[in-house]
Design a protein around this ligand. Structure first.
Ligand SMILES: [Zn+2]
Ligand SMILES: [Zn+2]
Length: 196
C-alpha cells in the first residue's frame, strides 16, 4: 500500500454516518442530503476504489469520534478521503461491537418523515409508534404519559444499492494514530496544523 498522498483532498461535505444491518454484514453508510449528490460521489470517487485497499479508522475523542476513510483509486485525479467528527451514538456502539472485521460500504440519503407520510406501525424517533400519537392534522403529541414527544417525526435512511466490501477497519485511540498513516494524515491536517 502506498502512503496516503497528502495532495488527496479531504471531503467532509456529508451529513454523518448510518450503521445498518443489511444482507448479513453491517453497512457503513455516509449520508448525503440528496440522492443526486450521493450518486455523483459514488460515480466519481468510490466507484474507482479498490475494495481491498479501503480503510476505515475510528478515533474516539471523549463523547465524539472521528470517522476517517480512504482508499487507493484507479482514477487518482478524482480521489478523496472522507472524514467527519461525529457524536457517539448507540448505532455506532453497536457497529463497534458487532462488525467482526468487515462491513459493506454504501452511500445513503436520509429523509425526515411526518405522521401523514407513514403507516400506522411506523416508529417515531421517541420510540413509540404512530398509533400511539394523537390523531388529527395539527396535533400529534405522543400519548405515553412519560414521553415528552410533541410531534411525530421519523428519520429514515435510504441505502443505495451499489456497495463495496471493507475489510480493513480499526478503532484507535488518539495515542495510537501515529502508527497509522491515514489517521495520522487526517489529524495532522485537521487538528495538529491550524490552517488559515
Ligand atoms: Zn413517545
Ligand atoms: Zn413521538
Amino acid at each position: 500500500m502506498l502512503p496516503p498522498d497528502p495532495l488527496i483532498p479531504w471531503f467532509d461535505n456529508f451529513l454523518g454516518i448510518a450503521y445498518r444491518y443489511f444482507e448479513i454484514r453491517m453497512n457503513v453508510v455516509p449520508l448525503f442530503s440528496d440522492l443526486k449528490k450521493a450518486q455523483i460521489f459514488w460515480r466519481e470517487t468510490v466507484h474507482w476504489w479498490n475494495d481491498h485497499s479501503i480503510k476505515i479508522r475510528f478515533v474516539e475523542t471523549g463523547d465524539t469520534y472521528w470517522f476517517i476513510m480512504g482508499a487507493e483509486s484507479r482514477q487518482v485525479k478524482n480521489n478523496k478521503y472522507l472524514f467527519k467528527v461525529l457524536p457517539k451514538s448507540s448505532h455506532y456502539e453497536r457497529f463497534k461491537k458487532g462488525h467482526e472485521g468487515g462491513a459493506y460500504l454504501r452511500l445513503g440519503t436520509h429523509t425526515k418523515k411526518f405522521k401523514k407520510d407513514v403507516k400506522d406501525d411506523a416508529k417515531c424517533d421517541c420510540g413509540h409508534i404512530k398509533e400511539d400519537h394523537e390523531e388529527g392534522d395539527d396535533n400529534d403529541a405522543c400519548l405515553y404519559e412519560d414521553c415528552d414527544c410533541r410531534k411525530f417525526e421519523t428519520f429514515q435512511v435510504n441505502l443505495l444499492k451499489k456497495k463495496k466490501t471493507v475489510s480493513d477497519i480499526k478503532f484507535l485511540t488518539e495515542a495510537e494514530i501515529k502508527d497509522d498513516v491515514l489517521a495520522w494524515n487526517c489529524f495532522s491536517v485537521h487538528k495538529y496544523t491550524k490552517r488559515e
